[in-house]
Design a protein around this ligand. Structure first.
Ligand code: ZN
Length: 196
């Protein structure tokens, strides 16, 4: 699952659980974009639809669906409402890679709260905090510049004679700063945010 991702969708592989336990793989890949509706996701998770798209005859008689695979570290039993929740997250962030970066670090369903049990999905305060503080860098060079500025600010070095800079171990300084951050490489971009 390490190929380069497009930023504008996430993918799930809805599968038939009965087929799976009978040793048959019945699943297909389905893309969720910012325009996908809850109804479309419900349809995508329909057990009949799964057999149709997977071109497997619906002989198992099963009715349980699981998410056999996905490309954003999601769970096996995500509901349609949860999956639609990811579309809702896009109101807070520019694209799905922000979700991927978050899920590289946090486990399970930390991006959601479930105020009324499993079926009512709300964006968690944790994800809101992440969305507000995450910074994205296009290169290591940009990230290092940011950290160096950060370090100079922390050490109140703005009036320090420049000669002093050459005596600083910038690599150690950056590493020391990064202790307070989560950092995820996502394709050509680096996602950085303060540990929550
Ligand atoms: Zn089946």
């Amino acid at each position: 699952m390490n190929e380069i991702k497009t930023h504008n969708n996430i993918e799930i592989a809805p599968g038939c659980l009965a087929c799976y336990t009978q040793g048959r793989l019945t699943f297909y890949w389905y893309q969720i974009t910012k325009d996908t509706t809850l109804e479309q996701i419900e349809q995508a998770l329909d057990v009949g639809e799964i057999h149709k798209r997977a071109k497997t005859s619906y002989a198992c008689g099963g009715d349980e669906v699981h998410i056999q695979d996905n490309d954003f570290c999601g769970g096996e039993y995500m509901s349609a409402k949860e999956l639609f929740g990811y579309v809702q997250l896009l109101k807070l962030i520019p694209d799905f890679d922000y979700v991927r970066a978050f899920k590289e670090v946090y486990l399970m369903q930390d991006e959601f709260d479930y105020p009324q049990g499993n079926h009512a999905v709300e964006v968690s305060s944790m994800f809101k905090e992440y969305a507000e503080s995450v910074q994205v860098f296009d290169s290591i060079y940009d990230l290092e510049n940011y950290l160096d500025d950060n370090f100079m600010e922390y050490a109140e070095m703005h009036n320090t004679p420049e000669i002093i800079f050459s005596f600083i171990n910038w690599k150690d300084a950056r590493e020391w700063l990064l202790n307070d951050y989560e950092k995820v490489d996502m394709g050509s971009r680096i996602f950085l945010w303060r540990k929550i």
